[in-house]
Design a protein around this ligand. Structure first.
Ligand code: SAM
Ligand code: SF4
Length: 342
């Protein structure tokens, strides 16, 4: 690793073996969820015993150790982060890094169901933009895809978020035979509301009931289809993530594409993920991981934790190799997205 220093902690920056600067941490605060989206979870998931999950104070300590090492963006995710009891205390605690200028952004990815309850508090804690996952705006289809969710509740959540002053990006997983025909109307709806919309290719993570080959819809195809009726202009807009954006001239809104399968974006990867049990995954699509829990609990100071983080970043892999086709319909890794934190 290089000894470049670019953080207030005065510690060497997190540079991986391929020269990529790790400045973005995604944190799964729970593996539990109030939905059971068909591409994400099986209906009967076994969740971790609560005693194995980091306390909110430990999550704060873990995140803060990364901030001291130059991480500038934190995304709280899950599972559904807003079903974790007491979660607002973590947002408020982490908000101190925004105030000190050590962090540029504190944000979250949510299914939106709990936003009526928490939107104002999120804003008060310093959150300014949120990602809300929504794959359809048809109430029946919404119920089918989430198994347990209610679109009405999510729509109320979006309204509450808007009222609270939060900027909203909608994330939709593109699914063959499910929402492919609905994508144009979702663009019109999202842009009409002033939301960005990002489409995501389904990734082979964890066992689910269905066959992913049937669900997989390459976004290269979606884009071609959209271009028959819409004018898409490439724009340099960046949010620190892997999405590539276009402006839809007809709506004036932004449309993002996250294409882990048709266009691998690993060369510019700047992120790592921690699970709610304190395991650090250096790549979403690889099994190698580092335990940060033991070094964190081994002492009151953060020296061992800091060393464990350096050692793990020193072996961040070059990238994933997701494939979904008839010969490769099984998961690339056995853990679900809800474990690693999407
Ligand atoms: N529960 C929150 C939500 O749904 O936004 C946060 C966690 S969820 C795992 C994060 C994101 O991962 C969601 O946008 C979801 O659609 C996406 N996701 C889950 N499983 C996926 C898969 N196999 N491939 C692609 N995206 C997936
Ligand atoms: Fe829950 Fe999010 Fe997974 Fe849906 S995608 S089951 S909302 S964690």
């Amino acid at each position: 690793m290089s000894a470049e220093i670019n953080n207030s902690g005065g510690q060497p920056a997190l540079i991986d073996p391929f020269g990529r600067h790790v400045s973005y941490l995604r944190v799964s605060v729970t593996d539990r969820c109030d939905f059971r989206c068909v591409y994400c979870m099986s209906e009967n998931m076994t969740f971790l015993p609560k005693k194995n999950v980091l306390s909110l104070e430990e999550l704060d300590r873990m995140c803060s150790a990364f901030v001291a090492k130059g991480v500038r963006k934190l995304r709280i995710t899950g599972g559904e982060p807003l079903v974790r009891r007491g979660i607002m205390s973590l947002f408020h605690a982490l908000g101190r890094h925004l105030k000190s200028g050590d962090l540029d952004e504190l944000t979250l990815t949510t299914n939106g169901s709990q936003l009526p309850k928490y939107a104002d508090e999120l804003y008060a804690a310093g959150v300014r933009r949120i990602n809300v996952s929504l794959d359809t705006i048809d109430p029946d289809k919404f119920h089918d895809i989430t198994r347990w969710g209610s679109l009405e509740k999510v729509m109320a959540g979006l309204e509450a978020a808007e009222k609270a002053g939060l900027e909203i990006k909608i994330n939709a997983v593109a699914l063959q035979g499910f929402n492919d025909h609905e994508i144009p109307s979702m663009i019109e709806w999202a842009h009409g509301k002033g939301y960005d919309l990002t489409l995501i290719e389904t990734m082979p993570l964890g066992e689910i009931e269905g066959d992913r080959t049937d669900q997989y819809l390459p976004l290269s195809q979606v884009r071609k289809d959209l271009e028959k009726n819409w004018s898409l202009t490439e724009i340099p807009h960046k949010t620190g993530g892997p999405a590539r954006y276009v402006k839809v001239e007809e709506t004036g809104g932004r449309l993002g594409f996250i294409t882990p399968l048709t266009h691998n974006f690993c060369e510019s990867c700047n992120r790592v993920r921690i699970t709610c049990t304190g395991t650090l995954y250096m790549c979403l699509g690889q099994d190698d991981a580092a335990d940060l829990l033991a070094p964190m609990r081994a002492s009151e100071g953060d020296e061992l934790l800091s060393q464990a983080i350096d050692e793990a970043i020193g072996r961040k892999p070059k990238g994933h190799d997701f494939i979904i086709d008839r010969d490769n319909s099984g998961p690339a890794v056995t853990r679900h997205m809800s474990v690693t934190g999407g």
